[in-house]
Design a protein around this ligand. Structure first.
Ligand SMILES: Nc1ncnc2c1ncn2[C@@H]1O[C@H](COP(=O)(O)OP(=O)(O)O)[C@@H](O)[C@H]1O
Ligand SMILES: O=C(O)C1=C[C@@H](OP(=O)(O)O)[C@@H](O)[C@H](O)C1
Ligand SMILES: [Mg+2]
Length: 183
């Protein structure tokens, strides 16, 4: 692969709900002077309603179809920073298109660190609602199996400040771009 093609690839952030994909993706985009796209935000704009309302009124199936369509379309572009929802990589077609067109960055968080975030995110994450802590924990580990088998680069984010985290991601990316430089 030529250096320019690696540098031009999109960067896609994956990981569990609340791991920080949206927050960190935005910061990384700013540091790299690139466009940032949050897939959930795009879906909310399309339906003109927040995600819990989309799930309740239109249904998860339609949400997943829209998620796939938007990601597939965006992967035709270059140089984008994209945060996908935590459920996106459950779809094989999404995994395939992201892994082939983009650098997939997995934001990994421990269960212990994640637990503390639940109360601040549950109202906007319908997938977490109506579940016991044991059920959420089981979902957390089930999803982890998918993320950890489908990425190019990863970072442990459990106890890091968001800006430092974004800065380490940028440094990792720059290093890998330089390492792949063809003279
Ligand atoms: N590194 C971090 N440290 C502490 N809180 C964080 C961190 N990253 C994200 N958060 C907080 O966790 C919540 C979920 O973050 P968000 O970026 O929306 O995650 P995701 O897009 O992965 O669901 C937000 O309230 C955000 O402020
Ligand atoms: O994991 C999931 O199934 C979902 C994650 C959410 O995005 P975040 O991962 O950004 O919270 C959002 O797409 C939707 O609520 C479903
Ligand atoms: Mg998000």
């Amino acid at each position: 692969m030529s250096n320019s093609s690696l540098r031009e690839k999109n960067i896609v952030f994956i990981g569990f709900m609340g791991a920080g994909k949206t927050t960190v993706g935005k910061l990384v985009a700013k540091k790299l002077y690139r466009d940032f796209i949050d897939i959930d935000e795009e879906i909310e704009k399309e339906y003109n309603m927040p995600i819990p309302k989309i799930f309740a009124e239109i249904g998860e199936k339609a949400f997943r179809e829209k998620e796939k369509e938007l990601i597939q379309n965006l992967c035709d572009y270059k140089l984008k920073i994209i945060s996908v929802g935590g459920g996106a990589f459950l779809q094989e077609e999404i995994r395939r298109v992201c892994l082939s067109s983009s650098i997939v960055f997995y934001l990994d968080i421990t269960w212990d660190a994640w637990k503390g975030r639940l109360s601040s995110i549950i109202d906007s994450r319908p997938v977490l609602q109506g579940k016991s802590m044991e059920e959420i924990e089981a979902l957390f580990y089930k999803r982890k199996e998918i993320y950890k088998n489908n990425y190019h680069s990863t970072i442990e984010i459990s106890n890091q400040n968001m800006d430092e985290l974004a800065e380490s991601i940028v440094q990792t990316l720059k290093l890998s771009w330089e390492l792949h430089e063809t003279k």
